[in-house]
Design a protein around this ligand. Structure first.
Ligand code: SF4
Ligand code: SF4
Length: 225
């Protein structure tokens, strides 16, 4: 039996290592444009001072240079997905997980959340976790072992016993796009698993960079003086 707990543990370890490398790389980019005699990037500087101009340049570099490059690479990853295809295992139709309950999704949909709206147009909740467990026991057990936050399990009644979608032409965009997140969990039976394996290191690196940039943006005190 597949041990997903070990896989998730390894993935987290891999992410920590990649995160450290990304943090060092970004720190180097920040310091490469640092003026002489200026302190830390997170210090507060007066408007017009070299320190403040440096902070402005760093934020500009993040937005206009690094984030654009991340976005370009992310699109390349998604374009490469077209080299792979669904093998009709049906797992993603039989088991969809959400951190939101049906009621919460309904509220989100009513407030214009397109994903929630599409999700509710096809998926209905399992009556019990035991039913969901029959589809992919290893996955549910991994969630239990990791004591993940509340997870709700859903399935689509439009899938027939031969793993075929009975409303294929009208399936919503979320079905057509799946899987559109290389960091989301995929069952081993999925035809896109190889795609995920191949692009995972790059996807982790891009994700870590975005996380670190977000930290810089939230902690550079450009509005304090
Ligand atoms: S609508 Fe079709 S493709 Fe989408 S989840 Fe249901 S069975 Fe699967
Ligand atoms: S899990 Fe992957 S291979 Fe299986 S039905 Fe979904 S997209 Fe297709």
């Amino acid at each position: 039996m597949e041990d997903l707990t070990v896989s998730i543990k390894n993935l987290r370890q891999k992410y920590r290592e990649i995160f450290k490398t990304s943090a060092e790389e970004l720190e180097k980019r920040v310091n490469d444009i640092k003026p002489e005699g200026v302190g830390d990037i997170f210090d507060a500087y007066p408007i017009g001072s070299p320190g403040r101009l440096w902070q402005d340049s760093v934020l500009k570099m993040f937005d206009e240079d690094i984030c654009r490059e991340i976005f370009r690479k992310w699109n390349e990853i998604l374009a490469y997905r077209k080299e792979f295809s669904c093998n009709g295992c049906g797992t993603c139709c039989r088991l969809a997980c959400s951190e939101f309950s049906p009621e919460e999704l309904k509220i989100k949909a009513e407030h214009g959340d397109n994903f929630a709206n599409q999700f509710l147009s096809v998926f209905i909740p399992y009556e019990s976790k035991e039913q969901a467990k029959q589809v992919y026991p290893e996955y549910i057990e991994m969630l239990e072992k990791n004591k993940e936050d509340k997870v709700y399990f859903y399935h689509c009644p439009k899938l027939n016993d031969c793993n075929r979608c009975t409303d294929y032409d009208n399936r919503p965009q979320i079905c057509r796009d799946f899987p559109d997140n290389p960091l989301a969990f995929l069952p081993k039976s999925c035809g896109f698993e190889q795609w995920k394996q191949e692009i995972e290191p790059v996807a982790l690196m891009l994700h870590s960079m975005l996380e670190i940039i977000e930290y810089y943006k939230n902690h550079i005190p450009v509005r304090t003086l």
